[in-house]
Design a binder for this molecule. Structure first.
Ligand code: DQA
Length: 143
């Protein structure tokens, strides 16, 4: 089983960005935890981060026939990217949306997600462990 983990704009700064909201766990630590969990679950993960919307779309297109599920934290693209919405609907595999923070408790502009309608489910507010829960769900729900 192959799972694509996508991180959107500014997420490479986790660990040093608004730490009161996102915590001190670094981006590298998060990715290590994802890779460790993938090993435990016996699945392959590809992790990709970009600050560019089109690069994330290109990665999804590239893996359209070679992926069993996607975990995505789209960052701010969540709140405005119709292109990402369309792309997640176009690919044949399921997606789980992840946010470290509880976006529903934050500014009103974060309450709208263009990704949620294209995702199987959303995990928000549980910090970096949300990625691990999403990965486990994708694997277990397909076994
Ligand atoms: C985020 C929430 C978004 O609103 C924000 O733009 C981010 C991070 C999160 O993980 O909580 O960049 O996706």
């Amino acid at each position: 089983m192959k799972i694509l983990v996508l991180h959107g704009p500014n997420l490479n700064l986790f660990g040093r960005r608004e730490t009161a909201i996102y915590g001190l766990t670094t981006f590298a630590d998060i990715n290590r935890a994802i890779e460790e969990q993938a090993r435990e679950l016996g699945v392959e993960v590809e992790i990709f981060q970009s600050n560019h919307e089109g690069a994330l779309l290109d990665k999804l297109h590239e893996r359209i026939d070679d992926c069993d599920g996607c975990v995505i934290n789209p960052g701010a693209l969540t709140h405005y990217s119709i292109a990402l919405h369309d792309c997640l609907k176009a690919v044949p595999f399921p997606t789980v949306e992840v946010h470290l923070s509880n976006v529903a408790r934050r500014e009103p502009f974060r309450h709208q997600s263009f990704v949620s309608p294209a995702a199987e489910g959303t995990i928000a507010g549980l910090g970096w462990r949300g990625y691990l829960l999403a990965l486990r769900w994708l694997v277990e729900s397909r076994q």
